[in-house]
Ligand binder design. Structure first.
Ligand code: 13P
Length: 293
């Protein structure tokens, strides 16, 4: 299929209470594992890309890889830009074929975040591209952004209402609800009550950041509470490295590179399959694409 925008499929996922996985791709092998894993389980998928990864490979290269991979499968795939505070990068992604983008103004004072998010919203609406916007501060490390544990702040409910008021067609909303990027050191304190209150009053699907390391029960409660997009980056990066190294450990004298790439692919794809099952999106491709009730 051609790449799709994520808004309509996230709305369907939220209504039916399943989560669509959003994996942060690293290279072509990683994008292949993500898209082909989704195809194997007939699941919708979001391939998201960090700014650093885009700067490493180039806009056109990534856009072409993901578009070609998506065209070879019969499940809906969106190409999304993860956490970005730079309007120029957003513009270039849109021009290179991204179907959705995230503007992350969460480090700014509320009024400024709202104003800048609305400016990007006007741009994405004009381009027919979906937008994700964040408030509060999600802890941990993502790309070049670091939020210390004690600096992470839950989104304020009244600010959530005011934030989305003038962006009715926002594809997905990312209020900080207590999850964090990276491996968890202790148990995350997820504000389920806040999540449920937001979902009850704001008709926009919610993004769950910091998916790596959450338990099945935590995924279930977040998805039941309205999270429709579930982000996984750290575990995917870990599989990328460990999958490669496992081949070296098993066959120390191997001089052929392709078995390394195959081992890495298998490790990454296994995690993609596990997460799709954990989020309840196996077999939901046709539903997410609007081809089935
Ligand atoms: P993890 O790195 O914790 O999986 O979080 C990913 C994420 O939320 C990307 O924005």
């Amino acid at each position: 299929m051609a790449l799709v925008t994520m808004g309509p499929m996230l709305k369907r996922a939220q209504a039916a209470r399943y989560g669509i996985a959003a994996f942060n791709m690293i290279d072509y092998n990683s994008a292949r594992a993500i898209v082909e894993g989704a195809a194997e389980l007939k699941a919708p998928m979001i391939v998201q890309v960090s700014v650093k990864t885009i700067k490493h490979w180039g806009y056109k290269t990534i856009g072409t890889w993901v578009r070609m991979l998506a065209e070879d499968v019969d499940v809906p795939v969106a190409l999304h830009l993860d956490h970005c505070s730079d309007k120029e990068v957003i513009r270039r992604c849109i021009d290179a074929g991204w179907t959705s983008v995230m503007f992350d103004g969460s480090a700014l004072p509320f009024a400024e975040n709202k104003a800048k998010s609305e400016e990007i919203y006007a741009m994405t609406e004009a381009a027919g591209v979906g937008l994700e916007a964040e408030i509060g501060a999600i802890g941990g490390v993502e790309d070049d952004k670091f939020v210390a544990e004690d600096a992470a702040i839950l989104a304020n409910y009244d600010e959530c209402i005011a934030f989305v008021k003038d962006m009715p067609n926002l594809a997905v909303f990312a209020p900080a609800i207590g999850t964090a990027h990276g491996f968890y050191k202790g148990q995350p304190k997820i504000a389920y009550d806040l999540l449920e209150k937001i979902t009850a009053t704001i008709p926009i699907p919610i993004a769950l950041h910091g998916g790596t390391g959450l338990s099945q029960e935590q995924f279930d409660r977040c998805i039941a509470g309205g999270c429709a997009k579930v982000n996984i980056s750290t575990m995917h990066k870990n599989r990328f490295i460990e999958g490669f190294l496992a081949v070296r450990a098993e066959k120390p004298k191997l001089a052929e590179p392709l078995p390394f790439i195959e081992g890495q692919y298998a490790a990454m794809k296994q995690d993609v399959l596990d997460m799709i099952r954990a989020f309840g999106s196996e077999g939901k491709a046709a539903h997410a694409a609007g081809r089935e009730a």
